[in-house]
Ligand binder design. Structure first.
Ligand code: FAD
Length: 138
C-alpha cells in the first residue's frame, strides 16, 4: 500500500515532528518516490522544511523553516527581520543545515535585474548573526 500527497504526513526536517503540509511540491516528489519503488528501484522522501510562497496582487509572501510560533514549542531562538523589494530565489541554506555564520560567506549572484549587491538573504543572515551573538552574551 502506497500513499502520497495531501493525505499523508511528512517529517519536518528541523523539528523532527510529523506535519501535514498540503502542497503540490511535496505531492509530486512523493509520487515520484512511489513510482520509483513500484518500478523496482529505491527512493525515499527526505521530508519538508515548510517552504511556501504565494502572491496577492503585488504582495509576494514566502516562508521556510520554523515560524516563531512553531519554534516556541521548545526551542531557544532569536528573530531578525529585514525589508526588501527584491525577489527571493531558491536558497538551500536550511536544507544544508548551515549556520548564519556560514551563510554570511555565501557567494550569491548580483546583477541589477535580480538582486541588490547586498542580497537580502545576506542582510537577514547578518542581522540574525548579530542577534545570536547578543543572545549568546546575555
Ligand atoms: C486553489 C489551490 C491552489 C494551490 N496552489 C498551490 C501552489 O501554488 N503550490 C503548491 O505547491 N500547491 C498548491 N496547492 C496544493 C496542491 O494542489 C495539492 O497539494 C496537490 O494537488 C495534492 O496532490 P494530491 O495528488 O495529493 O491530491 P489531488 O491533486 O487533489 O489529486 C487527488 C485526485 O483524486 C481524485 N479522487 C478523489 N476521490 C476519488 C475517488 N474516490 N476515486 C478516484 N479518484 C478520486 C480527485 O478527483 C483528484 O484528481 C493548491 C491547492 C489549491 C486547492
Amino acid at each position: 500500500m502506497w500513499a502520497a500527497g495531501d493525505c499523508v504526513e511528512s517529517v519536518q526536517r528541523l523539528s523532527g515532528q510529523r506535519v501535514v503540509v498540503a502542497l503540490g511540491t511535496h505531492a509530486n516528489k512523493q509520487g515520484r518516490v512511489i513510482g520509483v519503488n513500484i518500478g523496482g528501484g529505491y527512493a525515499t522522501f527526505p521530508g519538508v522544511i515548510g517552504t511556501a510562497v504565494t502572491k496577492v496582487c503585488e504582495l509576494e509572501v514566502a516562508r521556510t523553516g520554523l515560524s516563531a510560533a512553531e519554534a516556541d514549542t521548545g526551542y531557544r531562538y532569536v528573530t531578525a527581520s529585514v525589508d526588501s523589494t527584491t525577489r527571493a530565489g531558491y536558497f538551500p541554506a536550511i536544507w544544508n543545515e548551515m549556520g548564519v555564520d556560514e551563510i554570511l560567506g555565501l557567494d550569491l549572484s548580483y546583477a541589477p535585474p535580480f538582486a541588490p549587491v547586498w542580497d537580502p538573504v545576506l542582510i537577514a543572515a547578518r542581522k540574525a548573526f548579530d542577534a545570536v551573538e547578543a543572545d549568546t552574551h546575555t
